[in-house]
Write a protein that binds this ligand. Structure first.
Ligand SMILES: Cc1cc2nc3c(=O)[nH]c(=O)nc-3n(C[C@H](O)[C@H](O)[C@H](O)COP(=O)(O)OP(=O)(O)OC[C@H]3O[C@@H](n4cnc5c(N)ncnc54)[C@H](O)[C@@H]3O)c2cc1C
Length: 479
């Protein structure tokens, strides 16, 4: 994509046009803002910054307040062929908002209203800029929960969750965000506004919600979302077990799902993550794996689910340990982010690889990715947990870390670790992303993930909706 903003005259003209749409107080061209809006939480951009590499900067930061403004801005950008990057919390993990061709950062955080709570149908309609925790608290006041608790709950917004297909800690019961979305409003790249119907189900052809879910700002701007709600549970009960090894732990979880049980939390830690998480609070035999469970719902349902699940854990030689350990995890799950450690200064690099597959391949995926990474880089520290399960399988959250004082080498190593890990994942037949999305990080994997023919379909949709490629260009492998 070629930037169409070469001359100062054109830049000033577009600035004036943006000001006409949203007011001068909502358009920034300050260097400080440009720097702040040039990155998200992708570790690679932090490494670039540390190496004093120049990040691509946007030309304008625009704060929108309603869909009409979004529509007018997209019309303008489409005529002038200027990139537009929707921006919500800026906590994406894969470089989704990095403005690699400059253009307009479209910050949606002023669109943060709850528009309607339908208590009869148990739905909420809200704007994309509302922070996850703010939405949840308002729903709680009305006796509802979304059931969506990602670790970025305090920093990410509804629009970002939907655009990245995010997952929260209670996903085993309440699902990922794509299981919660009922309908949405989207401003298309040409400025047209579409709205899908709020209905429990339809049989009217393909589902457009699913097209925009996970589109990462490449197909349009989401301006409203209607979501399914759940009653606040009467009780949330925690349990903790030590399983003798990973194989048994995974088999136990598979049996729990096979029985139709749906604990809200299921977190199974591998041996190293068990040691890391328990921090010496328990004496555990080598190879043992820590399993956290939580049950949500009416007390009698919780009693039943707890009893049945516990039976399965004990049958698989699980040892029940103090439930306070699990409660501690829940109550302190955000602690590690405050304050966010500046790891790069210590020459330490850490990131997480989220991958997902069916039960028959889950162990192969776990060992395969680990082996692929450590074959080339034996000193990389790797630990994992499994925290999002489905009747058909589950995801693995692979945490890797290494210390490399030479920053250029550290960057090279980072790229190799991701390449080796995802290549192994692809060969095993697993999906290369469970909830962090694609952005720049996984762009080159999209053709492998979909297959050449499948990706051509996706690319054709992108071209049909966005022939001038103004929406978040350079992301998700789109050309
Ligand atoms: C500490 C930390 C913990 C995290 N934990 C989790 C976790 O538990 N689960 C999880 O799933 N993810 C997690 N993430 C990743 C991240 O929070 C999610 O990807 C989240 O969905 C991003 O939302 P955001 O509001 O920050 O979006 P942004 O980073 O602002 O944007 C992400 C993408 O969405 C697009 N977008 C944003 N708003 C719109 C809109 N209105 N219309 C169209 N496109 C839009 C952007 O263009 C971009 O491509 C974590 C990240 C961090 C830093």
């Amino acid at each position: 994509m070629k930037k169409n903003l070469e001359s100062d005259f054109v830049k000033k003209m577009i600035y004036d046009e943006l000001v006409e749409i949203v007011g001068a107080e909502n358009v920034s061209v300050s260097e400080a803002d440009k720097i702040c809006y040039s990155r998200d939480a992708w570790p690679k951009v932090l490494m670039w910054i540390d190496l004093a590499k120049k990040l691509p900067l946007p030309d304008y930061i625009v704060h929108v307040e309603n869909k009409e403004q979004v529509s007018r801005i997209l019309k303008l950008a489409n005529i002038r062929k200027i990139p537009v990057i929707p921006f919500a919390g800026g906590a994406g993990a894969c470089g989704q908002v990095v403005p690699i061709y400059g253009g307009i950062i479209l910050d949606v955080k002023k669109m943060d209203k709850i528009l309607r709570i339908d208590e009869v149908s148990a739905t909420v309609t809200a704007q994309p800029g509302i922070i996850g925790e703010d939405l949840e608290r308002e729903l709680n006041k009305r006796g509802f929960t979304m059931g969506h608790f990602p670790a970025s709950q305090y920093t990410s917004c509804l629009g970002g969750f939907v655009a990245c297909r995010s997952a929260g800690s209670l996903s085993s019961k309440y699902g990922k965000i794509e299981d919660m979305v009922i309908s949405m409003e989207v401003v298309l790249p040409n400025g047209e506004i579409i709205r899908t119907k709020t209905t429990p189900r339809t049989s009217t052809g393909p589902n457009l919600n699913q097209l925009f879910l996970g589109s990462e700002g490449t197909l349009g701007v989401i301006t409203e979302v209607t979501l399914r709600l759940h009653p606040l549970p009467e009780e949330r009960r925690f349990k903790a077990f030590i399983m003798k090894d990973l194989k048994t732990g995974l088999e136990t979880v598979r049996q729990i799902f096979r029985k139709g049980l749906r604990p809200a939390v299921i977190r199974l830690y591998d041996e190293l993550d068990t040691v890391f998480t328990l921090k010496g609070k328990l004496q555990i035999p080598p190879g043992a794996c820590y399993l956290i469970l939580a049950f949500d719902g009416e007390r009698e349902m919780v009693d039943f689910e707890d009893k049945q699940t516990t039976k399965i854990c004990l049958k698989n030689e699980g040892k029940e340990v103090e439930k306070e350990l699990a409660e501690y995890w829940w109550n302190h799950r955000y602690d590690m982010y405050f304050p966010h450690p500046d790891r790069t200064k210590m020459g330490l690099v850490a990131d997480t690889i989220d991958v997902v597959t069916t039960w028959d391949k889950l162990e192969d995926l776990y060992y395969g990715v680990k082996k692929a990474i450590t074959d080339r880089h034996p000193n990389v520290f790797i630990m994992s947990h499994f925290s999002h399960f489905y009747p058909e399988g589950g995801s693995i959250y692979i945490i890797f870390a290494y210390q490399e004082p030479d920053r250029e080498k550290a960057l090279q190593m980072y790229t190799e670790i991701w390449n080796d890990g995802l290549e192994a994942c692809h060969k095993i037949g697993a999906s290369v992303a469970h909830h962090h999305g694609v952005g720049l990080l996984r762009a080159k994997w999209m053709r492998k993930e979909y297959g050449e023919e499948g990706f051509r379909v996706l690319q054709a949709i992108k071209r049909a909706l966005d022939p001038n490629n103004i929406m978040n260009p350079g992301k998700m492998g789109f050309e």
